[in-house]
Design a protein around this ligand. Structure first.
Ligand code: KIV
Length: 270
């Protein structure tokens, strides 16, 4: 493993400058200190302690069973290994259902080491976003496919394919930016929709299954390493092309995100 970290204290200003310069940044999920160290040393700018841990670590079939205790524990682990990446932690299912809960739970994640919290939803999280950001807690709003709503959506499907739904996503993304969201994450939306939103917003947009035109890309660690039980269309196994094991795979991911070669056409929804 490289001992020299390529990532030095990434902040929201760093990400804003990357967007302003027309460049790209790399994000990845991390759940423990060891991988946090490898990923941040390889140049991943944003580490997400994702509630996907419920699926990839705990073996559940959704993210719904993940608790605040789980998120606090894994955030503390990632913080210990992190070498300068921006650390984002997910507020899990039903942890931001009321104002009191939201403030207590977001504060707990920040005390555990997060620099920012992520929550899923559209217009209905605008007030929550304002509540948090006005109190000094940066917010990443997660739209498109929102896995905590899998039972309402009826599965893990691409979102925004018809004009009406696409228009609603554009309007709600703008509303969330106005409410103070500092980053928008778009999951599983058509490439053109992600480009329209990225161009329209002043905040950085991170994509997963959203094509190459967003400011940043994010992948689930286990998908990048080819060890997830399922492999959706937007996933690429970077371990296959690595000549330096896991650190090499992560370095290749960072390089391909930054030079725009990942995601390629075959990873996009049209
Ligand atoms: O929980 C998670 O890992 C996520 C990513 C899929 C973006 O939200």
């Amino acid at each position: 493993m490289s001992t020299q970290s390529k990532t030095r204290n990434v902040t929201l200003t760093t990400l804003g400058n990357i967007k302003a310069n027309g460049e790209k940044f790399a994000c990845m999920t991390a759940y423990d200190a060891c991988f946090a160290s490898i990923l941040s040393a390889a140049g991943v700018e944003v580490l997400l302690v994702g509630d996907s841990l419920g699926m990839v670590l705990q073996g559940h079939d959704s993210t719904l069973p993940v608790t605040m205790e789980d998120m606090i524990y894994h955030t503390q682990c990632v913080k210990r290994g992190n070498k300068g990446a921006l650390l984002v932690s997910d507020l899990p299912f039903m942890s931001y259902a009321s104002e009191t809960q939201t403030l207590e739970n977001a504060a707990a994640l920040m005390r555990a080491g997060a620099h920012m919290v992520k929550l899923e939803g559209g217009a209905w999280i605008a007030n929550t976003t304002r509540l948090l950001t006005e109190r000094g807690i940066p917010v990443c709003a997660h739209m498109g496919l929102t896995p905590q709503s899998v039972n309402r959506i009826g599965g893990f499907h691409v979102q925004g394919r018809d004009t009406e739904q696409a228009q609603a996503i554009i309007e709600e993304a703008t509303l969330l930016q106005e409410a103070g969201a500092n980053i928008l994450l778009l999951e599983c939306v058509p490439r053109q929709l992600a480009k329209t939103i990225t161009d329209a917003l002043s905040i950085p947009v991170i994509g997963i299954g959203a094509g190459p035109d967003t400011t940043g890309q994010i992948m689930v660690l286990h998908d990048v390493l080819g060890i997830s039980p399922i492999s959706p269309k937007f996933v690429k196994n970077f371990l296959l092309g690595s000549n330096n094991g896991i650190p090499g795979a992560i370095e290749n991911y960072v390089k391909e995100v930054k030079d725009g070669s990942f995601p390629a056409d075959e990873h996009c929804f049209k």
